[in-house]
Write a protein that binds this ligand. Structure first.
Ligand code: ZN
Length: 499
């Protein structure tokens, strides 16, 4: 036991010795650790916080740090980087390649454009100044096949304290179909009239959330007619709006606003339009009045079908009742994607009728159309173009006049119709008046549709024209007169209305 005790004692001392020495070791270790932490911390702090660069190497690090801090989480495509140091201007681009040629080309063009405009702006700077342009991106997967790429550019400038500060920001968005690579435009995804709805929502939202920062001109950037109002990305079934710095706020930070269907009822279309109309490309609407007509209406529909084209038919209630296969004809128009409008019941001059009689003309035709296709039309065309605000209210539809009159009813000559259309100058945004009654008109249609397509025109219905070209809601009650169907930005257009 004694040996044991001694041993124990010894080992106790031994143990104590260890404890003492371990205490020292711990002290030294702590000192070293503190030194490492301080040195490392200063180094890390310098590394992460270093808000400047002096040469190619440090700019590369600087740009990459920025890229990783703004990394895209959804990551459509693969990031491409381009870093170029310069004095006074350096550029760091980080943008995605999505493996769809047409889209990658567009992305590249946008990135290049930003770069050139930045370099051009700072060309005159002295070598002592320092400007950096940095581009990163967000990407999203939207509903159906939509994908969005948002290129976000900031410009930083060195201030007198030696630090770089953000002085401006820019955003550009590309929305496209992942399968086909075709561009997706807001009007394809939103219901007509969407800009008005978004404007009202944003006005309230911004006032509530950015009260003190709002710029004087913020309304300009959420304005329905502003072409700048295009920076939407589609995230699942939500939409994300981007506002670059110094637009809606007096601040260089980009603002993101996410909106879902429940925020704005009736904002989104149920389906992206299947005919994929491209609002940026020219379009024209053929219209045929006074049908349905025995023989010629079917002939016109055959031609449309062969050319995968659509038109708008302003039909008379009386003809719908009297033409034997009108049921078949109207159903076929509807199925083909063509549009049916009302042209009154018996083609009277509405100006000579009492309000009650005008209403009767409207109601009887609505009833005839509804019994064939299941719904009431949203457009009407007053006979002889004799309509106004008052008749429009009674018809309770949009009144649609025209911008090109082929005079087919007068000449009944195929070549004349073709000549008038071909000599009408730029047809983009125009509505062409023809009649279902004449074989010469059907024959002219056979030639004019392939010609229009070859000229690059998309053939659309009147409602599509209102939505895609003019951003109007075709379901409203409004009078669209002779002067309406002329795009305002086509100043070199020499054609005049002929009626
Ligand atoms: Zn007519």
């Amino acid at each position: 036991m004694a040996r044991y005790a001694k041993h124990t004692f010894r080992s106790g001392r031994y143990t104590n010795g260890i404890v003492r020495r371990r205490g020292m070791g711990r002290y030294i270790f702590l000192v070293i650790l503190i030194v490492i932490l301080v040195v490392g911390g200063v180094f890390l702090f310098k590394f992460f916080d270093s808000n400047s660069y002096d040469d190619e190497n440090s700019f590369t690090k600087y740009a990459k740090r920025y890229f990783s801090s703004a990394q895209d989480s959804n990551s459509i495509g693969k990031a491409q980087q381009e870093i170029k140091y310069g004095k006074p201007s350096s550029v760091g681009l980080n943008y995605p390649k999505v493996k769809i040629n047409s889209i990658d080309k567009q992305i590249k063009i946008l990135a290049e454009r930003e770069k050139q405009s930045f370099l051009g702006e700072h060309e005159q700077g002295s070598k002592d100044e320092k400007f950096a342009m940095l581009m990163t991106y967000d990407s999203y997967k939207g509903k159906q096949n939509i994908a969005s790429v948002v290129l976000k550019t900031v410009v930083r400038e060195e201030k007198t304290n030696g630090k770089l500060e953000q002085v401006s920001s820019k955003v550009s968005v590309l929305n496209f179909d992942k399968e086909t690579g075709s561009r997706i435009y807001p009007i394809m995804v939103f219901e007509p009239g969407y800009q008005e709805k978004l404007y009202r929502y944003l006005d309230e939202y911004l006032k509530k959330n950015y009260k003190d920062k709002l710029s004087k001109n913020y309304k300009k950037y959420i304005d329905v007619k502003s072409s700048k109002f295009e920076n939407f990305a589609f995230d699942g079934d939500k939409v994300v709006l981007y506002f670059a710095g110094n637009t809606v706020t007096d601040d260089s930070q980009t603002i993101k606003v996410t909106i879902s269907e429940s925020d704005i009822k009736g904002l989104f279309r149920k389906n992206i339009n299947s005919r994929k109309i491209d609002p940026s490309k020219p379009m024209v609407a053929l219209t045929y009045d006074d049908g349905p007509a025995e023989g010629t209406t079917a002939k016109i529909l055959d031609i449309l079908e062969q050319n995968k084209a659509v038109a708008t038919f302003f039909e008379l209630g009386k003809n719908i009742e009297n033409v034997s296969d009108s049921d078949k004809l109207l159903k076929r128009m509807d199925r083909m994607g063509s549009e049916i409008g009302s042209h009154s019941y018996s083609h009277p001059n509405l100006f000579t009728l009492t309000d009650e009689k005008v209403k009767e003309q409207s109601d009887l035709t609505d009833k005839a159309i509804k019994s064939r296709i299941g719904y009431v039309p949203t457009l009407y065309r007053p006979p002889y173009g004799n309509g106004n605000e008052k008749t429009t209210k009674i018809f309770n539809k949009s009144a649609i006049l025209w911008s090109v009159d082929t005079l087919d009813w007068k000449h009944r000559n195929k070549d004349n119709v073709i000549k008038i259309i071909k000599n009408s100058g730029n047809l983009d945004g125009k509505v062409i008046l023809m009649h279902s009654l004449y074989d010469s008109t059907a024959e002219a249609t056979k030639e004019i549709i392939p010609w229009l397509k070859a000229q690059g025109y998309q053939l659309v219905t009147v409602s599509e024209m209102l939505s895609y070209k003019y951003n109007e809601d075709p379901k409203q009650v409004k009078f669209y007169g002779y002067n309406f169907f002329y795009p305002k930005d086509k100043s070199n257009d020499k054609t005049k209305k002929s009626n």
